[in-house]
Design a protein around this ligand. Sequence first.
Ligand code: FES
Length: 295
Amino acid sequence: MKLVSVNVSMPKTVDHLGRKVSTGIYNEPVAGRVMVRKLSVDGDGQADLTVHGGVYKAVYVYDLENIRYWQQELGRDDLGYGHFGENFTVEGMRDDRIHIGDVFRIGGALLEVTQPRLPCFKLEIKMDLPGFSRQFITSGRLGFYFRVIEEGQVGTGDSIEQVQAGPEKITVWEWGVPESRIRCEPCGPAARLQEGTQARRRKKKKAAQENAYEIVFSESGITAKWDPEYESLLEFAEDQGIFPDFSCRSGICHTCQYELLKGRVDYTFEPLDSPYPGQALLCCARPGSNLVIDV
Ligand code: FES
């Protein structure tokens, strides 16, 4: 096993659907030896610390074989080292061979595999490929994160030595997200234009609705009648010109969790973990009554 490339970037702001989005996914290879610290690789920064970074996601690792797979699958020759946002591009660490809890020595650093990577919409921005998150998850080629047990310097070409096996013998591949739990929605400029057209039709229809649930977005001061053609409260809110935070749109990351001040919601698919009591995950919830949401 080998470290093929070390890739970092500081967050940058990009335009996405008319909004400014800050993202640290634009990693580029760096030369020389680089310090790996408890929270990140030197020179690397994550924009949204609610879903990226932290002790258990200090270093994102992606195998070269996966990159080659995507080059072929997508017919793309622009997928270089760091393109998937990985800090380490590696060789010989396929998801089906690496176990959660495995510990590796790379250069001066000691690192433990913690969990697979769950993509957010920023990967779709980087790939310029609406809907790619779903394709990425179903491929099972997620890559994984390291936590840093011992800080130290690493560099391109370092060998990767396993020093301990994960106790549970669960591979990264096995720990991935089952397809039944995947729920992705289209995004990106083209999809958004189409959504916008559909949204206008839905709004007309909505105006004709009677007895529809009333949805109050209290923070925004907007009240609207629910239209059952919407997939989720998140989509509904966006078409009202409200833009709650979101990331995976798949019931995984809890970025879209907001306080439910009144009413109850139903879930179109089960979130990976239930929201806190009194909260709702807007990306996968629909109203079960009139609602007041703190958005
Ligand atoms: S956006 Fe990730 S759970 Fe809703």
